[in-house]
Design a protein around this ligand. Sequence first.
Ligand code: SF4
Length: 344
Amino acid sequence: MHEVPWKEILHELKKLGAGCVLIQSPEGLRKEAEELARFLGENGIEAILHGEVNYGACDPADREAKLLGCNALIHFGHSYMRLHLEVPTLFVPAFARVEVVPALEKNLGEIKRLGKRIALVTTTQHIHKLGEAREFLEERGFKVVIGKGDSRVSWPGQVLGCNFSSAKVEADGVLFIGSGYFHPLGVALATKKPTLAVNPYSGDALWMNEEAERLVRRRWAQIAKAIDARRFGVVVSTKKGQLRLKEAKRIIKLLREHGRKAELIAMDHISYSKLEGFSFDAYVVVACPRVPIDDYENWRKPVLTPREVELLLGIRDDYEFDEITGVERNEDEPLGIAVHGVRE
Ligand code: SF4
């Protein structure tokens, strides 16, 4: 369970004069969303629960909130992302109730193998523990560097599955704190530095570089499968934080200049099953980088990232992970509000 800063949320909504709010939540925070809806109702604010699945701050339901006549959105589970939002949005991230120092202590021997100067990164869930981790490491003689990151992330040291800007600092190696494969794999690929992932839940540590090499080999196999493809479907997502129309058009131009045919396809949630019926030989996903990389086994046709298209066409020769870099926000747009009170 996560604690929800109910009073802080209510205070922010009152400040906004919101009479109706849409509450968007990932699967793991549905109960909290329900309780919050009840609490807001008791305090004179009409709340509507959003029932769609949500994977990231890149997909705020602000359009739906407006359509439903709500004048605010609560986006649970993810940190604030700079986007052009149609209604004021409260981003309420969920911080994990787990200590990180015991796992660091247990793996000190492995951490030493990273070198003296360490870049320290983590995901939103553990960002509130980054200071403690830094202190622990500095007391043991490490020089710890926490990168600022670009405007897509909310905090220094935070990485997203599509953005590793805070890991790209001058360091001997990168220490990732968190669970799961995708983020530390991305860190290893984006920085090309020795990367150690320390899992605060299990206490295990895992070197990511061999896994990253395996992933690159799998990706080269996808590129090889697309080598004879003549017709490409270039897929963009209409999710606000994944929409990369300019990049998709650049890829279409590149493909056409190299004698291939290419058409633009727009989707909300991208999956191969929805594309059955099109006759393209291969696809390029210019949206969340996790789609082609995590999900390629479910695609019957080769599926590439934009950078992999450049490899296919011989424009580049080194493998690079696909990333979405920060965007600038118009100053007159309603601003997303970060409510960072969800902590132990
Ligand atoms: S684009 Fe993908 S990796 Fe990035 S925040 Fe959205 S779901 Fe996460």
